[in-house]
Ligand binder design. Sequence first.
Ligand code: FES
Length: 148
Amino acid sequence: MSFNNNLDQLYRQVIMDHYKNPRNRGVLSEDTVTINMNNPTCGDRIQLSLKVEDGKVVDAKFEGEGCSISLSSASMMTQAIKGQPIEHALKLSHIFSDMMQGKDYDDSIDLGDMEALQGVSKFPARIKCATLAWKAMEKGLRNQSEAE
Ligand code: FES
């Protein structure tokens, strides 16, 4: 019981840290894929810019307005995919989606801070907040690989 409480508290701290000190906030200027996406349930929005070279996400930044869940998730997502091959970024997105749906997910990959959001799966109304940035990333990378 106290273990769970401590873990919840730790996760909450990780989420608030990403919300208050977002990683990779901003807009990339050149040679980028830009994706705008909004959460239809609340109207909050995110703009994601990705720089992809030789099948790798070499840089990622985001801007937008939203709740602590959506913006911390965007911060964690950009942190997780930077420097990764496209396939790995898409795989992380798949794992994150499974986690949000409360399914068993592939735990062979270290998810780092992303794990702090796993409790969101218990709050269906917030799942779209957590997946907004990931959906934008998937869209951008799929468009990019189709264009190549
Ligand atoms: Fe709008 Fe979470 S309430 S993104």
